[in-house]
Design a protein around this ligand. Sequence first.
Ligand code: SF4
Ligand code: SF4
Length: 451
Amino acid sequence: MGSVNLDGVLKAVKQVRGGVAVSHNKNTADSEVVRLPVPDKVVLPMQQHIGAPCIPTVKVGDKVKVGQVIGDSDKFVSAPIHASVSGTVSAITEVKLPNGVISQAVEIESDGEMCLYEGITPPVVTGKETFLRAVRDSGLVGLGGAGFPTHVKLRIPPDKKVDTLIVNAAECEPYITVDYRECLDNSWDILSSIFTIKEILGIKNVVIAAEDNKPEAFKILKNIADHKLDKDDEVRLMVLKSKYPQGAEKMMVLSATGRKVPPGKLPADVGCIVMNVASVAFIARYLKTGKPLVSRSMTIDGSAIAKPQNVRVPIGTNIGDIIDFCGGFKAEPGKIITGGPMMGLSIIDTNLPVLKQNNAILAFAEGDQKVMKERDCIRCGRCAAACPLSLMPTLIERYSKAKDVERLEKVGVNVCMECGSCAFSCPAGKPLVQYMRLAKQVLREEKSKNA
Ligand code: SF4
Ligand code: SF4
């Protein structure tokens, strides 16, 4: 950790088992976030979060301004969608998202003005309910890739007691550096938000968790942790060994508190809330300005990208336009991914809009991606050793092929978080994550047949 003062810095209470050592490739760490020029058009899918999709609240021909609600839902697990450019609604259309979901979408032709909606004012927060309402109105979802509506995460059920907020600055996926930049560039927003959340939700302890491979961010986070409003403030920094998937929610809870989140349960069930550091910082900016989530920072990198960098883009911008801004492809891309190389989703077409939860676009030149031909399992056990959740991928694959629902449930297929550590470790090139997804689907189908 170089010259960082480690006084008061926590070590992981419990080490996460398994996981894999991946090349970090944080090539864009020194790239300050630059703004993309206003795009000619944005396409805003109504499904940009876990939960119920929104319904468009505008129609073709409507004039809209930045920050105006253009889609909403009356369901609890959802988050409103806002116009990210000013202009005219040119279509209500459909778009196929990288996860295969077909979503309704609002297309806006930009007038190039980026006029802010007049209704935007800082929210009046007087307590827990007005705070949670404000977080909902902001349209915030987990910016680290999960896309879970933040207002739902922060609404602690009355039968649960949360005593620890974990601010996740681990960013353990290779290549991605936007959370690192958030720590460097917006540390006061992180600090301000931490105290707001802590005070309003009555959470005693805050743990900011970062891996030991980011000394610059670590220094800044240490300053945040050392900053006390009063002597009872419990805001501590925790250093984690850099190992994938150290930043996964359940792993974070284990490292910070030693508590295990049981299968099918949430961190709140064991007294914790885990929030991505960029989501935390956004809340402070929203409370100050009232400007909802209409843009986000993304890392654009990979061997096929001419000028890798961090870029701030309006939500709904076409991925192809962003790649063009980064100099286009310098080599024929063999693989393009939204998100990180371990958990991101491959896309074959760049004519897709950026979603709220997309933190990266990576494009790798043909030939750079090691595509191993799948061979027979040699029973080496590396997949099981790498699994942080102690699952047995080979057994899951076998029971899935046999459609053995009872055994699939017993071996905990639904617990799998699809982190990819097993597949990364497999010398036989078995696409184990795909097998895990297939096994979950088999379980769902077989159970619905028997229902
Ligand atoms: S993808 Fe699933 S089975 Fe494989 S290592 Fe991750 S959690 Fe374990
Ligand atoms: S790592 Fe691959 S080869 Fe080894 S036991 Fe697992 S599936 Fe088989």
